[in-house]
Ligand binder design. Sequence first.
Ligand code: ATP
Length: 513
Amino acid sequence: MSKENKVTDLQDIISHAKEYGFVFPSSEIYDGLGAVYDYGQYGVELKKNIQEYWWKSMVQLHENIVGLDAAIFMHPKTWKASGHVDAFNDPLIDNKDSKKRYRADVLIEEAMTKIEDKITKEVDKAEKKFGETFDKAMFLQTNPNVLRNKEKVATIEARFKKALEDSNMDELKQIIVDLEIVCPISGTRNWTEVRQFNLMFSTQVGAIADESETIYLRPETAQGIFVNFLNVLNTSRQRIPFGIAQVGKAFRNEVVARQFIFRTREFEQMEMQFFVRPGTEMEWFEKWKETRMAWHKSLGFAEADLKLHKHIKLAFYANAAVDIEYNFPFGFKEIEGIHSRTNHDLTQHQNMSGKKLQYFDHELNESYVPYVVETSIGLNRTILAVLSNSYKVEKLEDGTERTVLNFPPFLAPIKAAILPLVKKDGLPEKAREIMNELKFDHLCFYDEKDSIGKRYRRQDALGTPFCITVDHDTLTDNKVTIRDRDTMKQERVDISELRRIVGEKVDWRKAVK
Ligand code: ATP
């Protein structure tokens, strides 16, 4: 299916997701709750399938990775030790005219991306002009426009990095002023000061609302893994290097949350912390970067829609960090972070708890606090990426249009729709027989309402890889028509073949092998 059919308007994707039962605004009958969403009957299946694929890819396929499901509530000291109580802040700025709030760091990064885009455009233009004789490396080193823009980016980057490192909010504001960044809504440069805002939600445990009883909704799942490091080590027979994987809810009081399920206040993370011998972390960092990038490609994302973005500012404890970015309808944005977190978290927990969080390495004959490489991906952002990548409106040969979600078959919510051609003459009964057989393997959908054409279209819009139609001949020859979602080709096959055909098509192994 060609890329031109891809729908790139976020509003269209949001409407389709709602109309077809994928994603609903939370508590919509009360006009919704900002930046919170519910997953409908097909959204929940898509979400479950993505999560299961991640779990299998990480835990089932790696003998040295085990799973965990830690509670959302944790001892409050966890967040003191991890640094979240003191430093889990976003720098925010408001535009006084539009009254809209922005993350100052995001405004600056976007401004830098715009300048970098100018360089890319300049290169593309020259490439077209000079054709095969074009020497890109030389052009990048000598073209005055390119050099000027490169210099500009480097200067901003240095100032930006220092301001973040020093937590210098005045300097962040000054960069915004110097870059003449305008509010996309009001178009003005009438900004407030930049200030820090802690993103953790707090609540009270037990009946007494005492200061000491304040606990937090976890802002990341990772800490549940760190505090269980010893428990898993002592009970799993794992030896370093090994990983612990977890999928679960995380909560952040995001102030700027306007991009559908990309940034929400309640979301799910799929995280894996990989514990390694100190000094080997960069090797593992590179390995996980490659492995995770390959995983994203296995979801059907084009190479051109994925890129790596190196962090400008490393968290003080990290010695390497990179984001995998996907080309969302609103541009390239982070979908997964890969971080080399050194031994910071375990050391912090060791100091705060007084418990030794160390590993005895028999080969080296010494104990150490392991280093950690983390892969952390947002499940909801992955759903949005898969939806954006799959949503197409195609022009057909007869001049009509069809809407289709061409999900990779193993991710599709419904794997096969079973459709009796008419609602009489014993066809529904025969179709039910097929349904009752296939439903043990896959989620199937039985539908006898409306014309067959309309039923096909509905399944296309839900992303169902197969439609299986029972007609009058089926009653005598035991054959059905099976229609492929992508090619729309129809084939007559024996009912006894259906389990194999559907099973092969939706097998997740095809994605990884
Ligand atoms: P961002 O810079 O976009 O706020 P982050 O760098 O704070 O993201 P991490 O703390 O590295 O994100 O979290 C890992 C992953 O969790 C992200 O790559 C993203 O997919 C997901 N994630 C983080 N915050 C949210 C959110 N508010 N809503 C949905 N997913 C999120």
